[in-house]
Design a protein. Structure first.
Length: 265
């Protein structure tokens, strides 16, 4: 029987059945599409997770292969008499006095208080009281800036070319009087006025010259003013060191020919 011969009610019934079949077909297709999208989404999530693990492992490995190397000399801060610090080219001052207050060793029981002022105990109580990876000195420095506008740098080693590129400069500093300037800023503040000062730079170009700030730590913001501070571990290491998490310590360095004494000396 043709559709024209079917009664109207039958034809309406056929239309409803066809519509239901079409709806079911569409729903089946949607279900298949949803399942495919879900499967692909899961694959993407797995790929992203695997990539993240690969990247994290690469970063950890790269950090392990490129450990930080000291770029400046005398991070242990050995004085040069009472008016200088060995290997430090201090400029812009009319007077500069250096006193070795304390020497800290790996074991706190071996620390030496050279002046009886309790500086070693002060550092241990307020900054770090545990094992340190090598001895270093805490110096008391007293200065008067000269009358020139040029900043008074405690370590004018920028011109030597050792302090440019990806690097971190830091020190522990306790200002007693006066003030300081430059790109180094307090990163971590401790009790009894101790602070970890630091500055960091990243390599921003593979074709341009690297740049490092000329004045990392300047003594006194104004000319012809004086100051006094306790300082230790001033130095620059290669790479971008997270001072807030890692802190600051003694870093290994490559010996230069100028560091090796002549035979018999």
């Amino acid at each position: 029987m043709s559709n024209q011969e079917k009664p109207m009610s039958q034809r309406l019934t056929d239309v409803v059945v066809a519509a239901d079949n079409l709806t079911q077909t569409v729903q089946d297709k949607i279900g298949n599409i949803d399942a495919t999208v879900a499967a692909k989404s899961a694959e993407v999530d797995v790929s992203i997770a695997q990539s993240k693990v690969s990247i994290d492992n690469f970063i950890v490995g790269a950090r392990g292969e490129a450990s930080h190397i000291l770029l400046s000399k005398n991070q242990r801060m050995e004085p040069l008499g009472t008016t200088g610090i060995k290997h430090f080219n201090t400029i812009g001052l009319s007077s500069f006095e250096v006193i070795k207050e304390a020497t800290l060793h790996g074991n706190p029981s071996h620390d030496v208080d050279h002046t009886g002022n309790g500086v070693a105990a002060d550092f241990r109580a307020n900054v770090y009281g545990g094992y340190v990876n090598g001895y270093f000195n805490i110096l008391r420095i007293k200065w008067t800036r000269n009358n020139r506008a040029h900043p008074a740098r405690i370590d004018d080693n920028w011109y030597r070319g050792y302090q440019q590129g990806s690097m971190t400069t830091a020190c522990y500093l306790k200002l007693i009087t006066g003030d300081v300037e430059g790109v180094m800023r307090p990163v971590v503040n401790y009790q009894n006025d101790w602070s970890l000062y630091g500055t960091q730079s990243k390599v921003t170009s593979t074709v341009s010259q690297f740049y490092g700030a000329h004045t990392k730590l300047g003594l006194s913001k104004s000319t012809e003013t004086s100051g006094e501070a306790l300082i230790c571990l001033f130095g620059t290491a290669s790479g971008y060191i997270d001072l807030e998490k890692v802190g600051w310590g003694i870093y290994p360095e490559f010996a230069r020919p100028s560091d090796i004494p002549a035979t018999g000396v």
